[in-house]
Ligand binder design. Sequence first.
Ligand code: SF4
Length: 694
Amino acid sequence: VIEIGTPDRKVVTTCAYCGVGCSFEAEMRGDTVVRMTPWKHGKANRGHSCVKGRFAWGYATHNDRILHPMIRESINDPWEVVTWDEAITFAATKLRDIQAKHGRRAIGGITSSRCTNEETFLVQKMIRSVFGNNNTDTCARVCHSPTGYGLGRAFGTSAGTQDFDSVEHTDVVIVIGANPTDGHPVFASRLKKRLRQGAKLIVIDPRRTDLVRSPHIEAAHHLPLRPGTNVAVVTALAHVIVTEGLYDEAFIRERCDWDEFQHYAEFVSDARHSPEAIAMLTGVDPNELRAAARLFAKGGNGAIYYGLGVTEHSQGSTTVMGIANLAMLTGNIGRPGVGVNPLRGQNNVQGSCDMGSFPHELPGYRHVSQDATREIFEKLWGSVLDKEPGLRIPNMLDAAVEGTFKGLYVQGEDILQSDPDTRHVSAGLAAMDCVIVQDLFLNETANYAHVFLPGSTFLEKDGTFTNAERRINRVRRVMMPKNGYADWEVTMLLANAMGAGWTYTHPSQVMDEIAATTPSFAGVSYEMLEEKGSVQWPCNELHPEGTPIMHVDGFVRGKGRFIVTEYVATDERTGPRFPLLLTTGRILSQYNVGAQTRRTANVVWHDQDVLEIHPHDAEVRGIKEGDWVRLASRAGETSLRALLTDRVSPGVVYTTFHHPDTQANVITTDFSDWATNCPEYKVTAVQVALTNGP
Ligand code: SF4
């Protein structure tokens, strides 16, 4: 029985789960959340919410939270509970000792897409101006880094082009590699409303998701491609559009580089890219593919929405650029109802990228080698910045194994669970002299830590998150941090212990610093966010009201760039030992590895991950519904119960990854995107066999 008290105040804040960024009223009684009510004035959600934002906030007060700092000399020692002073001094001394012995580039840090913009900005500032190097990376490395790379190259900005309202003006939608019903539920509701009004839908996904067929919704075309063949399918769509003369020549001549278009058109026109030529490879019916291409090119306003089924591949960046090509070919950029729309996974993955988390980019996506940009920060921060790009997460781990990288600060991220090749991650962490983990719970990465700094929840801090439509939403403190400090204050303690003289007393001052140094945020302040509720960047002198739709009169980079997208098969191959392909996804009630949702009442909706397998593949293995099966890849193995369904095609199996017992990353390979190192989580060759139990 849950006793619901009467709230005595309401505070508007932002959901800390997915990239939709729904606004909620936290209805409070004293320091206790009575309920979270979707805020009707929230511009991303307009009064709607899903079961995560509405019900899954109990982790904030869960008994598993660690509220006291802890240290230990060796990872084999027991933890010792210490004061904040002792923990920070211990961590700072260790990091400085490492630098004295191994050089300034022997340490680095990882920012979190769960934390606020202000917290992320401070972590990268500490790494750049206090550590003295660019060894900063973010968990976006393992999800949407190909979006940053691909859209940056094609359009000049590493972000989606539209606001969510835009979907109300669309006539034909491609959803590729995304399952918004489970992953981005509030956006999915808006999309479904538009579909019920008559907009047409093309789903490109190995699995028959709920969007393909559900009450009142039926996709015009479902292209159930073989996992790993996105580039071939997207290029074949372009082949049809170009060879049948369905492209928007006027748009391309005016807005894009014509020479590059001609080169691209020649490439895609080759018969080897035709729907018929790729049918065997992709498993997609050529007639369906041709019909889908014609519909998208001539069906009116065309919008493309995509998710991790696009990015988490060895050709993730190539597919993003292929999607950008499709939008430019058909003139679907720069007005309501069109555009390229990455559905961002985490609440602040857009913001963590905007804030300079990557090792090669300062805030605002400006390369660290640009003297003029470095000077802006050097003047304000009073330190000389490194102009050499730093190490990405996998490179930090490589360097640790080689003995040249010795210290890591990880804020709000469990890299042992979320990064590929668990054995490599643990080997890298074990080789370091100082690992500092700042988190809510004693996570798996903390097994390799020397310092544990308790983290704070979104309910305990002020700040901002930036959602998938570039909307900067306020996060407001509704209760005092149970651990004593908000995450940004902990970073400041560590930076100051290492010699910085930071004097921030409120995150609004950090936002002022972001605005002073980052052109796309130049007009943003807490005062204006109070007044407007939220704003979409770029927000500056040119766009004082923010920018709901980008590239309206021209691309940020000038002319839009068509980029040749040659399909290259993944190195992950099926064969007699591993004949099936595993792909993965999420379920509505749970979030990622479940660290938060499993500690809430939402766990009752999903108490285990299961393996979806086609009845034909099950029958030949003697597997029946509910049987325990052993799922094995070249990397490792695990056990799950079987769910027989034709939602997956023969030859393909599927699971979610919300329960630690599933250990999905023990199964996945260490192949990654050629441009960004984003891991290839969506394609793993596996064998499935009956087994006795877990
Ligand atoms: Fe939170 Fe996303 Fe659900 Fe909105 S759709 S309530 S942001 S998890």
